[in-house]
Design a protein around this ligand. Structure first.
Ligand code: NAD
Ligand code: WQD
Length: 331
């Protein structure tokens, strides 16, 4: 029976995508080294979907192990989430980031090639638009990066483009996520960062449950209506659903397509704080702090290509993202 392999399927976005795939009737295999997730998440995925998942504890850099998974199963496509994602950490430990993200992807692709599985959906990021493109970001814009994490995404995109150019049997979709937040409505799975969060939403959440005293708002002097940074927050369940459409696309097409997964709408830091306060009934204390190095003022997606080629668009608004995120956090 054909399966879809989900690398990093126990992680934040991967787990939500697994639920959507199972609900849609796919048989899936999760391969994860649990470097940033826990095996219990897989049980929760099974509970939410009332379906069974085949699980391998595997590091993508371990070619033999990845081949073992392909040898034991009929895998028709891979959705590749496995990677490290903390921007600051990538600056402190670039070798670990390049090794994990780039070498892990290369070993996975070598195994896929060996077993003639040539369909892949890859977790890229809006970070590949760098700092010089105008908003909204359109997929044909040049890519660049400002940190090792971002460069690892730029490099992997390049590797996949070259691979599909050299062998016309490959079907590749590079999904460029904007800022995923929120959680599954069950409240069972969500984002669980270890240590002090880097990203805005989990940071606000920690303030709401009194684990942190206040939010530092990184700059209120940007050229935006309230002076704070604007981002394109997208409900993680909408994002997960986009993977089903991308999977369908690569199964039916060859070549490479880069596609934005965002809402096309921008929300400022203070607007997100207000929406979270409304959803949670909690007061979020904040202080204005200096700008964070590497941040840009405004980032949001052009969403036309996703509609055109994937027939997908985001549905949830910021209030629902906060309500669903809060349900997970407060549980
Ligand atoms: P996450 O850390 O929650 O999930 C990643 C999963 O991959 C984890 O379960 C981790 O244990 C696993 N993993 C890491 N390295 C591995 C390896 N070498 N072999 C096997 N498993 C490995 O992160 P996430 O937020 O779910 O992100 C998923 C993907 O989406 C990542 O590639 C990330 O770079 C990308 N992305 C995330 C965001 C975001 O804001 N969360 C935005 C854009 C892109
Ligand atoms: C959002 C806004 C901050 C924290 C990062 C990565 C990107 C992608 C998603 C993976 C900005 C402000 C934040 C805080 C704040 N990840 N902020 N106080 O920077 O858009 O993107 O995560 O691919 O690659 O760079 O997201 O959530 O960190 O910040 O004021 O404590 O919130 O300045 O305006 P970002 P973020």
């Amino acid at each position: 029976m054909p399966h879809i392999m989900i690398t990093g399927g126990a992680g934040y976005i991967g787990s939500h995508t697994c639920v959507q795939l199972l609900n849609a009737g796919y048989d899936i295999i999760i391969a994860d080294n649990f470097s940033n997730s826990k095996p219990e998440v897989v049980e929760k995925i099974e509970r939410i979907s009332d379906k069974k998942v085949k699980l391998y504890e595997a590091d993508m850099r371990d070619f033999e192990k990845v081949c073992e998974i392909f040898g034991e199963n009929e895998i028709e496509a891979v959705i590749h989430f496995a990677g490290l994602k903390a921007v600051g950490e990538s600056c402190e430990n670039p070798l670990e980031y390049y090794h994990n993200n780039i070498c892990g992807t290369i070993e996975l692709l070598r195994a896929m090639k060996k077993y003639s599985c040539k369909k892949i959906v890859f977790s890229s990021s809006a970070t590949v638009y760098g700092t010089d493109n105008p908003v909204p970001y359109i997929e044909h814009y040049p890519t660049s990066a400002t940190n090792p994490y971002g460069y690892s995404k730029v490099a992997i995109e390049r590797i996949l483009i070259d691979l599909a150019a050299a062998d016309s049997e490959w079907g590749v979709c590079l999904l460029r996520y904007f800022n995923p937040i929120g959680a599954d409505e069950s409240g069972l799975i969500g984002e669980e960062p270890s240590g002090i969060p880097n990203n805005l939403f989990p940071y606000i959440a920690r303030v709401a449950i009194d684990k942190l005293s206040h939010l530092n708002v990184f700059g209120d002097d940007y050229d935006t209506p309230d002076g704070t940074g604007i981002r394109d927050y997208i409900h993680v369940v909408d994002l997960a659903k986009g993977h089903l459409n991308a999977l369908d696309y690569v199964l039916k097409n060859t070549g490479t397509q880069a596609v934005n997964l965002g809402t096309g709408k921008g929300t400022s830091v203070l607007e997100l704080v207000a929406a979270f306060e409304k959803a949670s009934g909690k007061k979020i204390e904040y202080k204005i702090a200096p700008r964070r190095a590497g941040d840009i003022a405004v980032c949001y997606a052009d969403t036309k290509k996703a509609k055109q080629i994937l027939n997908w668009q985001a549905e949830s608004d910021i209030d629902k993202m906060c309500t669903d995120g809060w349900r997970f956090i407060s549980a």
